[in-house]
Design a protein around this ligand. Structure first.
Ligand SMILES: Cc1cc2nc3c(=O)[nH]c(=O)nc-3n(C[C@H](O)[C@H](O)[C@H](O)COP(=O)(O)OP(=O)(O)OC[C@H]3O[C@@H](n4cnc5c(N)ncnc54)[C@H](O)[C@@H]3O)c2cc1C
Ligand code: FES
Length: 346
């Protein structure tokens, strides 16, 4: 079932309940090797912050890039759970997973050339790159981009649903984080023609096969994967009511308004767009929502039947999740994608 890489200085990994053996080249994490093999190992941050990629170490030795103990509870650690994104095999391993693995698109590396950039709002640009060959991905997923001279990649969500599941021209909505290595570089001057290393696709945030009403909640550039998921739902003929809560600082920071209007006009079921501004001047003539984008949640009807898709800054998502659960939404009905950056990672 799994293909076997015949490389020296590698470790063999047996997964309980799976007949085949995965071989991991030295220097790769367990998660990297699994994704490169097209195994749909759950993951989110890939930096040891979210705990999504946990596995149970049954036998063998690993080194850890950062200790699993920073994220996993003591009980889980004593049962042998560790983080696949931080695990470097030091011997052959036997591992167990909480759920059987399915197959997905294998993660690959590409060369990306920046072909266009345009300002969407004061602090977000639409970054368009062309990669050396088409890539398959699902709306909601993301790619890792490494700029010139950068030691580590940064993650960006695909901002559109690809036709027939693949594309060679990719778009990302990138928000400027002052003091940030990649975004200071990108926003610093015209970067058209520059090349980036790109790998992907990553991530488990995607449209579920369901007919439940959708509550989408986005903050800042978190709108990118939400728009991609809504476009996909529409192209699949979804007939589900949608509420889209969108949080931005001021009216100037609202973007994609024409696209949202077009989506809403062609949507087959009720579609409510609720923009909420956190820093709009108190004296302005804005009549829409003010404050935190999570505040309208408590007033939404029929929440217990809703499926939620949340994307944006980690603090916003934590607050939204807590509110949704408090109002009766089951945790398994909430899909979330946290835009972690260096300031929010452990
Ligand atoms: C799955 C995922 C998807 C994402 N998708 C998107 C997207 O579609 N659009 C988007 O705009 N962003 C997205 N992000 C965020 C993105 O990956 C970057 O983190 C963000 O753009 C900042 O990158 P940077 O290199 O400019 O900043 P960084 O260099 O990473 O720095 C970020 C901030 O942290 C501070 N900082 C740096 N080092 C430290 C440190 N050691 N301790 C404390 N603070 C520090 C910096 O001063 C800066 O303010 C996503 C993140 C994830 C995890
Ligand atoms: S993907 Fe490993 S901790 Fe988040």
């Amino acid at each position: 079932m799994f293909s076997i890489l015949k490389k020296q200085r590698s470790s063999k990994v047996s997964i309980a309940g799976e007949p085949a053996i995965l071989e991991i080249p030295r220097g790769k994490t367990l998660l990297e090797a699994m994704l490169a093999e097209g195994l749909a190992m759950p993951h989110d941050c890939k930096v040891g912050s979210c705990g999504t990629c946990r596995f149970k170490l049954m036998d063998g030795k690993i080194g850890e890039l950062s200790p699993s103990a920073l994220v996993l509870e003591r009980d889980a650690l004593s049962q042998g759970y560790r983080l696949a994104c931080q695990a470097m095999p030091r011997s052959d391993l036997v591992i167990a997973l909480d759920a059987p693995l399915s197959r997905q698109q294998a993660v690959e590396s590409f060369t990306a050339t920046i072909v266009a950039t345009s300002r969407l709002c004061p602090d977000i640009i639409n970054l368009v790159v062309e990669i050396d060959r088409p890539m398959q991905f699902s709306p909601g997923q993301y790619a890792d981009l490494t700029g010139p001279g950068m030691a580590e990649p940064r993650s960006y969500s695909f901002a559109f649903a690809p036709e027939r599941g693949e594309a060679q021209r990719l778009e990302f909505h990138v928000r400027h984080v002052p003091g940030g290595l990649f975004t200071d570089w990108l926003f610093g001057e015209d970067r058209i023609g520059q090349t980036l290393d790109l790998s992907g696709p990553f991530g488990q945030f995607r449209l579920n096969d369901s007919s439940a009403p959708m509550l989408c909640l986005a903050g800042g550039s978190g709108l990118a994967p939400i728009m991609a998921i809504l476009q996909q739902a529409q192209s699949m003929g979804a007939n589900r009511p949608v509420t889209l809560l969108y949080g931005a600082r001021t009216r100037q920071h609202l973007y994609c308004l024409d696209e949202i209007e077009a989506l809403s006009a062609a949507w087959d079921a009720p579609f409510e767009f609720v923009p909420v501004l956190s820093e709009e001047d108190a004296g302005s003539d804005w009549t829409g929502g003010r404050g935190l984008v999570t505040e309208p949640i408590a007033r939404l009807p029929g929440l217990t039947r809703t499926e939620a898709y949340l994307c944006g800054p980690p603090a916003m998502i934590d607050a939204a999740e807590a509110q949704l659960i408090q109002h009766g939404v089951l945790p398994e009905m909430i899909a979330a994608d946290r835009f972690l950056d260096k300031s929010t990672m452990r």
